[in-house]
Structure formats: structure tokens, C-alpha cells
Design a protein around this ligand. Structure first.
Ligand SMILES: *Cc1c(COP(=O)(O)O)cnc(C)c1O
Length: 464
């Protein structure tokens, strides 16, 4: 059967305004060619992120009405605690307002001496930022296939084990504060990590007594990929796979805005409540709120507990990863290059290959993103050299390994017909690809520039 069954029907609709191309040209120019500065109501299909943009189910909305708003020890907290303990098998579960809040309270405690290293398959931007803010040095060790968009492999998000061993040996075990496994590996295109790779990473971490942390935003999509692609897992449930996978780590941080299908929320989990937990709790109380609410309303905790289970539902996951795969297949029909195979939450179009006349320092990924908005009102974002901040020491632009335009798919929000529009629009752009211009920045902040910079279309010029 080729079609993907969508395991829900629509009970409530949110109208979206259809704009004209002329209107979109004006809106994006007024936004200084930065998609983040657009008003969402001027966007037709919003593929900017899958974070916090999912549609909650009727069960989640019903649970919200029953949320317990007690300051401490609320029922909604205990329901969330028991659900998360069962799913992940961890002793201590801390709700926080979103994923980065978990990072903010964990890394200052985990990094005991300034200058220590933390090694990941690939850090997500906020995780990298919190390692740096806590005085640590983040190092990425993704497997080589992860950086080759044309190379099809089942687990392109894996840790490169030889590099991990080499970095530990080079830096010295005492200088490595932790290892992070991001599932799925967001920055290389939502690519999964295999159970085998997780087990091997865990063995290395255990041998050196280095704590292993899962950055677990897309834990359920990763479990479903293991079920589909890894020998020996076809008959295991995504719940069983999740339990086994988390058994290899010591700690997890999680943005619940992804696979737990809430609009706001996060978790921190610790497998065995050890000596560092009281310090983390102090940071939670100082920065987030008392430990049984962690910066969330009781109703948010309730929706999160339901979302954790819905996120693991296999009919849902088949549809979910099926949507990204479907969009990829439509792009194949138009000969649009993308990171293959399609990821769990997004399709990463290889703008560097699609717009080869635009040099990296005029941001092909961003240029394609602007063009797609003008063509069809679709908002996407650059995951390439525009996203990279300047080198803090030299002030020079840094080149990303790949120039992507990311099409992130919100959960349970868009239909297959919406995806068809996106594929067709990219097909149109391909016809006139050689006329698409690059961009230059007219104003940028010191860090995280892609959110707030101002840009303009650029003539070809050398790099500065
Ligand atoms: C989104 C995300 C985060 C940060 O979570 P927020 O909820 O946005 O703060 C961390 N790691 C990964 C892999 C993510 O995708």
C-alpha cells in the first residue's frame, strides 16, 4: 500500500489567508528579507519549524481542563512523573518550560571545570550555546555519511565512534565533562541514531566514566526509525525500543515541543538520582519555578503527559515519518536535491546544489527560502552559512558544511495537499533557478544572527 493512512480527522479548522505574489514581494521586502520578521498571518504554509507548532488532540485539550494548578505537589505533576518514569525508566523527572531550560540547569552542574569538553553526534544550537555559556567547549563527531546529502544510509545521525575515541584520548578523559547523543540528529537533517551506535557510545562512555546525555526532542521518531530500519527491532514496540535506548544513557534533556506534541514544555530526566541532582534542583527553583511545576502551568503538565504517549503511537509515527518521506518523493519527481533519505521531522533541500551559482557567503539556503515564500507563501528557513555566526575572534564569516533550506513539518497540522503545493512551488523555482539571487546582510547582531538580521538581494562580490 503506497498511501499513508492519516490516523485522525479534523474537528476544528483554522483558516489561513491566501496572499498574492505581489503582496508577498512587499511583505518580505518590508521584513528585510528575514522570514522571522514576517507576520505569521502573511504565511500560507508554515514550515519554519516543527517546534511547538503541532496540533493537540481532543484528549490533550480535555486533560488541560483537568490540570491541577497547585503550587507544589499537584496531581498533574504526579501524572506526568509516572508517565515519564514508565516510558523512559528514569528515576527523577523534572518538568521545565522548554528544552533549553533543561540545558541551562544541567550543563553548569555537569561541567565542573571551565574549559572541559562536551562531545556530541551533533549539537543543536541552544545545546551548543549552553555548553559554551557554562564554560565548556562543544565538539561535534557525526559519522561521515551524515555530511554527504546524496549518500543514502539508514542511520546518518550516528556518532562517529573513532572520532569520539580520538577526541577523548587527545583531550584527556579528565577534560571531558560529558557526551551528548541528539536523537534524531536535528542539525544533519533529522537523521536517526541506531541502537547499535547508542550501545557502542554508551560502552565508551562507561569505560571512561563520562556521563552520557540524550538530547531527546525527537525520541519517538528515532524509535520508529529503529523499528523500521534496524535488524531485530521490527517486532518491538516503539515504547520498548525507547526504554532500551534510554537505558544506555544517564541523563536526558527534552524539548516537549517536538515529539511530545505540546505547544510549550520540556523535561529533564536522571536515571539514578545522584549527587548532582540537588544542585540542579536549586537552579530549577531559582530559574524555572518550584520542582513540581518547573515553569509550566498545571494544564501544560497534563497535556504533556498525554502527548508523550500519543507521540509514541505507531499509527501516528508511521503517518508522521511518512509525511516527510512523501514530500521527499514529490521532490524527487521534480529533481530537487535534498538530504537523503528524508528525515523524521523535516526535508532538508540541498540549496547549495540547487543554486550552484550563489556562493556560500551569499547564502543559497536563505535565498531559496525567500524565493519559496515569494512563489507560494511557504515559510522555511536556512540551515547553512547564514545560520552560522561570524567567528567571534576574527569576525570572519564561517562556511557551513552544507547549504540547506529546511522544510520542517508541524505535527498533525498540514495535509498531503499542502505538501503537494510545496513540491510544485520548488519545481517552479527550479525552472528559473539561475535567476535567483543571493543575499547580503545589511545589519546583524553579535550572536544568533539569523533570527534578527536584515538582508537585501546581492550582486556577486567576493567574501568579506
Ligand atoms: C528544539 C530542540 C532543542 C531546544 O528545545 P526548545 O524547546 O526549543 O528550547 C534542543 N535540542 C534539539 C535537538 C531540539 O530540536
Amino acid at each position: 500500500m503506497k498511501y499513508i493512512p492519516e490516523p485522525f480527522k479534523i474537528k476544528m479548522v483554522e483558516p489561513i489567508r491566501i496572499t498574492t505574489e505581489q503582496e508577498r514581494r512587499e511583505k518580505i521586502a518590508a521584513a528585510h528579507y528575514n522570514g522571522f520578521s514576517l507576520r505569521a498571518e502573511d504565511v500560507y504554509i508554515d514550515m519554519q519549524t516543527d517546534s511547538g507548532t503541532g496540533a493537540m488532540s481532543d484528549s490533550q485539550w480535555a486533560a488541560m481542563l483537568r490540570g491541577d494548578e497547585s503550587y507544589s505537589g499537584g496531581r498533574s505533576y504526579y501524572e506526568l512523573l509516572e508517565t515519564a518514569q514508565e516510558i523512559f525508566g528514569y528515576e527523577w523527572i523534572q518538568p521545565v518550560h522548554q528544552g533549553r531550560a533543561a540545558e541551562k540547569v544541567l550543563f553548569p552542574v555537569m561541567i565542573e571545570k571551565p574549559g572541559q569538553y562536551v562531545i556530541a553526534n551533533t549539537f543543536f544550537d541552544t545545546t551548543r550555546a549552553h555548553v559554551t555559556l557554562a564554560g565548556g567547549h562543544p565538539i561535534d563527531c557525526v559519522c561521515p555519511e551524515g555530511l554527504d546529502s546524496e549518500h543514502e544510509a539508514p542511520f546518518k545521525g550516528n556518532m562517529d565512534l573513532p572520532s569520539l575515541e580520538r577526541v577523548i584520548a587527545e583531550k584527556g578523559v579528565e577534560n571531558v565533562a560529558g557526551i551528548v547523543m541528539t536523537i534524531t540528529n536535528n542539525s544533519v537533517g533529522g537523521q536517526p541514531v541506531s541502537m547499535e551506535n547508542m550501545a557502542a557510545t554508551s560502552a565508551i562512555a562507561a569505560r571512561h566514566k563520562i556521563p552520557l546525555v540524550i538530547d531527546a526532542a525527537r525520541f519517538a521518531e528515532n524509535a520508529f526509525f529503529i523499528k523500521e530500519r534496524e535488524a531485530g527491532y521490527a517486532d518491538k514496540s516503539t515504547q520498548e525500543i525507547t526504554h532500551e535506548f534510554f537505558g544506555y544513557a544517564d541523563i536526558f534533556t527534552m524539548s516537549a515541543k517536538k515529539d511530545a506534541i505540546t505547544n510549550m514544555g520540556g523535561l529533564l530526566g536522571v536515571r539514578e538520582e545522584g549527587e548532582h541532582v540537588p544542585d540542579v534542583k536549586s537552579l530549577v527553583i531559582a530559574g524555572e519555578g518550584y520542582v513540581t511545576y518547573g515553569g509550566l502551568a498545571g494544564r501544560d503538565l497534563a497535556a504533556l503527559a498525554v502527548g508523550l504517549r500519543e507521540g509514541l503511537n505507531e499509527d501516528y509515527l508511521r503517518y508522521r515519518v511518512g509525511q516527510a518521506r512523501y514530500l521527499g518523493e514529490r521532490l524527487d519527481e521534480y529533481g530537487i536535491p535534498y538530504q537523503k533519505p528524508a528525515g523524521g521531522h523535516a526535508v532538508f533541500v540541498d540549496a547549495g546544489r540547487m543554486l550552484p551559482h550563489i556562493p556560500w557567503y551569499q547564502y543559497p539556503g536563505h535565498a531559496l527560502s525567500v524565493e519559496l515564500y515569494i512563489e507560494a507563501g511557504v515559510r522555511s528557513c536556512d540551515i547553512g552559512s547564514y545560520l552560522m555566526d561570524r567567528d567571534p575572534e576574527t569576525g570572519k564569516q564561517q562556511q557551513a558544511p552544507l547549504e540547506f533550506t529546511r522544510l520542517a513539518i508541524p505535527r498533525r497540522v498540514y495535509t498531503q495537499a499542502h505538501l503537494d503545493v510545496i513540491a510544485e512551488a520548488l519545481g517552479e523555482i527550479k525552472q528559473r533557478a539561475d535567476q535567483v539571487k543571493g543575499y547580503e546582510i545589511t545589519w546583524e547582531p553579535k550572536v544568533l544572527r539569523h533570527f534578527t538580521s536584515k538582508l537585501r538581494p546581492a550582486e556577486l562580490r567576493p567574501v568579506d
